[in-house]
Design a protein around this ligand. Structure first.
Ligand code: PEP
Ligand code: MG
Length: 747
């Protein structure tokens, strides 16, 4: 073991612990700490700078500089050696500070007299909180042992800052996680709500950064690492149920979990007086910093693995599981880095809002949020590290803005906004039972998309005429095991009952892509969106498709039935799927079950290829429903879940509109009903243009029916069509601008 064990760092930590245990106010504590460090390291100056706001550091305590400079001296991030230490998140140690690049002279502190400078970032998990600085008159570099001692102390300071130990009167002393923060993200689902934060994966809270007994602490650390190694080995033994990619990740976990150098560094830290948790976090912080600076994607991934592994170890040490038992607050707003549709469904409709650090508009989790009409903001960078369980939060899904811990002014302005939106909702309610008839006389049928029993009450409330898309896979995603036929049939019967005779288009299972069933072996596919999904699975392994069709026929129990098959790319797939429907009908008849009075079998057009299918397809199909989410991603070759590329291509791009017109023409020629059921149908401007080019049926999330109907009733679709034609003839790539301008001119 290194000879550091009984060196200054351990003694220093012991004193620090005593200082922190004293019941003093934030400022007094800080003063005591800088004094302690200066005496222990026998250096003239020790100062602590903390962030006042994300761009400004403030001198919060000093031993050796002019006391009047405290709370007066400030610097921007990157300014002077202190600012640079914070920006780079790296130690700056120099014997000749005035000669160092970036040195800034601060007369108010009297600092020109000091030659050596050592700045150590105070950071927690990659987030800079401040800088700890020591300076001395003598021109000397601080020794590695001294720097190490400062790093250990900075680690403790970071933990204590997080815990609010330095909360005092001054604004700069307010701990992180106490101040208001605004996040600008992207709109996932409109609407505005006020609520309280609920973290999907809460951070582990370390309350004891300094240990009393390094020997016992070392034993705790070793025991936890043993457990961790065991759990990683367990992960690897389940390889039959995980993909090759996951195995690779677990292998990397194993490599880190058995890494000697990782263990050695943590052991050293514990022997220097840190608690086991603080030692793990110190390593994790380093990894995070390197992760943010690594250019190499592979290295970043590996550092990410190490980060994950550290979290696992912290959970073992603290006993704080993924589920910390924190109760869901009133009006919960879920905060997550990202979330799959299955996990989201587990929360149910009780959520008031959702904010994702990553996420994308085209994901199925976003679709679920939209179906529930829960405001969703995506790409709110930094929110998972800033938000704490129970924090007040305002989610503005209209603008993609989130106010965390807002001040009173913001809250009251926001409440006005909520009231205004509620007023608009009232306006939609007043036209709920009227048809979506445009001024030219054309009527557009507005249906809603659904997937859960809980969606059905919206059928009456929204003014939708039926369910244009019932995503049956959502029922499979909310369960831990494959539902039985009898369960499915009972559920579908309940859906039909709740629809009260209105048409429900049941789409057979569309799994694969981002919809992974927890109880099915995942497929290791390089590109699941274009892989073995939807009807491809249904036809290759027809067991589930047959069970579903049987369940639907039994649920109809003599009532009319509408079924549509997802992701039909060519005619023979439709024929084969329809043959399964016939077989199921025959079988049910033999078994003595009543057959549906009428049935329609439709196809979802989600790949461009189907638009060019032989006429025989259009003659045979009972109806076509355009799955615009998938169709658009394949038309533009732009992943619907990748925000970066998704936004490049406007749905109202004339290329896409022209393509949709061809589909309208083919269905019209064959006399087949056509509908559009992707998310774009629920966006008023898009819906307007679809109606103008000939769509007479649109299916959307329930909350969109009102706004779309409101707009359609105000316009003449022939005029809109003329605007679209003029725009495309003028060389515009998208007709959006022209349509918006025209709308603005209407009264
Ligand atoms: C679509 O692709 O537009 C569609 C409605 O299906 P899903 O979003 O479920 O893939
Ligand atoms: Mg689709």
């Amino acid at each position: 073991m290194p000879e550091r064990i009984d060196t200054d760092s351990r003694k220093l930590l012991g004193r620090l612990r005593d200082a922190l245990a004293e019941d003093s106010a934030g400022q007094a504590r800080l003063n005591r700490i800088v004094h302690l460090i200066a005496t222990s390291l026998q250096t003239e100056v020790c100062s602590i700078y903390l962030f006042r706001d994300p761009e400004t550091l403030e001198l919060c305590a000093t031993e050796g500089l002019q006391p009047e400079a405290v709370h007066q001296t400030r610097m921007r991030l990157g300014e002077g050696l202190v600012g640079q230490t914070a920006r780079r998140k790296k130690v700056i140690n120099t014997a000749n500070a005035p000669a160092a690049k970036g040195f800034r002279y601060m007369p108010e502190t009297g600092e020109e007299r000091y030659s050596s400078f050592c700045g150590v970032p105070i950071q927690r998990l990659g987030n800079a909180l401040g800088v700890l600085v020591v300076q001395s008159k003598a021109a000397r570099e601080f020794t590695p042992d001294e720097v190490y001692a400062l790093e250990v102390v900075a680690m403790v300071l970071a933990e204590m800052t997080e815990l609010g130990a330095f909360l005092g009167e001054g604004a700069a002393l307010s701990a992180r996680h106490k101040q208001p923060v605004l996040f600008r993200g992207g709109v996932g689902q409109e609407g505005a709500v006020e609520g309280r934060v609920y973290l999907h994966e809460p951070r582990v809270v370390v309350t004891n950064p300094i240990s009393d007994d390094p020997v016992a602490e070392l034993a705790r650390l070793r025991e936890a690492v043993e457990k961790l190694r065991g759990s990683v080995d367990d992960l690897l033994t389940q390889t039959s149920t995980v993909s090759a990619e996951q195995v690779q990740v677990f292998e990397a976990y194993r490599m880190f979990a058995n890494s000697r150098s990782w263990m050695r560094r943590m052991e050293e830290d514990v022997q220097s007086g840190l608690s086991a948790e603080a030692a793990v976090e110190k390593e994790q912080s380093l990894a995070r910093t390197r992760m943010s600076q690594a250019e190499d994607a592979y290295l970043r991934e590996r550092l990410h693995d190490l980060d994950d592994l550290s979290n696992r170890l912290l959970r073992i040490l603290t006993g704080q599981g993924k589920d910390t038992g924190a109760a869901l607050p009133e009006n919960p707003v879920l905060i997550a880095r990202n979330i799959g549709p299955g996990e989201l469904l587990e929360y149910g409709k009780q959520l008031r809002g959702i904010v994702l650090e990553e996420g994308s508009v085209g994901s199925h989790a976003a679709i679920v949020a939209r179906a529930w009409a829960i405001p969703l903001v995506i790409n709110a960078s930094g929110i998972t590290t800033e938000a704490l369980n129970g924090d007040q939060i305002l989610v503005d899904g209209e603008q993609g803005i989130v106010h965390l811990r807002p001040d009173d002014n913001v809250t009251s302005a926001f409440r006005d906004k909520i009231a205004m939106l509620a007023k608009a909702q009232e306006r939609y309610t007043s036209i709920r039972d009227l048809p979506a008839q445009a001024l030219c006389g054309s009527v557009v049928q507005l249906n809603m998309n659904a997937g859960l029993m809980a969606d059905l009450p919206s059928l009456a409330g929204s003014g939708a005429e039926g369910v244009g898309l019932f995503r049956t896979e959502l029922q499979f995603l909310v369960r831990n095991q494959m539902p039985r036929r009898s369960e499915l049939s009972a559920l579908y019967a309940r859906v039909m009952n709740a629809a009260g005779g209105k048409r429900v288009a049941f789409r057979t299972l569309d799994i694969g892509s981002d919809k992974v069933l927890p109880y099915m072996k995942p497929n290791d596919e390089p590109n699941p969106a274009m892989g073995w999904r939807a009807i491809r699975v249904g036809l290759d392994k027809p067991g589930i498709l047959r069970m579903q069709l049987q369940a639907l026929i039994r649920a109809a129990n003599g009532r009319p039935l509408t079924v549509m098959f997802p992701f039909i790319a060519q005619y023979d797939e439709f024929r084969a799927a329809k043959a399964e429907m016939f077989k199921a009908l025959e079988r049910e008849e033999i078994l003595g079950h009543p057959l549906p009075a009428r049935y329609e079998v439709g196809a979802m057009l989600e790949t461009p290829s189907l638009a060019f299918a032989p006429d025989a397809f259009f003659d045979e199909v009972d109806f076509v429903s355009v799955g615009g989410n998938d169709l658009k991603q394949f038309f533009f070759a732009a992943d619907r879940e990748n925000e970066r590329v998704r936004r490049r291509y406007d749905t109202l791009n004339i290329s896409f509109l022209g393509f949709l017109e061809q589909i309208v023409a083919r269905c019209a020629a064959a006399g087949k009903p056509l509908s559009f059921c992707g998310e774009d149908a629920g966006r008023p401007i898009e819906a307007l243009c679809f109606a103008a080019i000939g769509f007479r049926s649109l299916s959307m999330r329930p909350a969109s029916v009102g706004p779309v109907k409101h707009l359609l009733r105000r316009v003449n679709l022939d005029e809109v069509k003329a605007v679209i034609d003029t725009a495309r003839n003028s060389g515009e790539q998208s007709v959006r601008g022209a349509v918006m301008d025209w709308l603005a001119r209407q009264t």
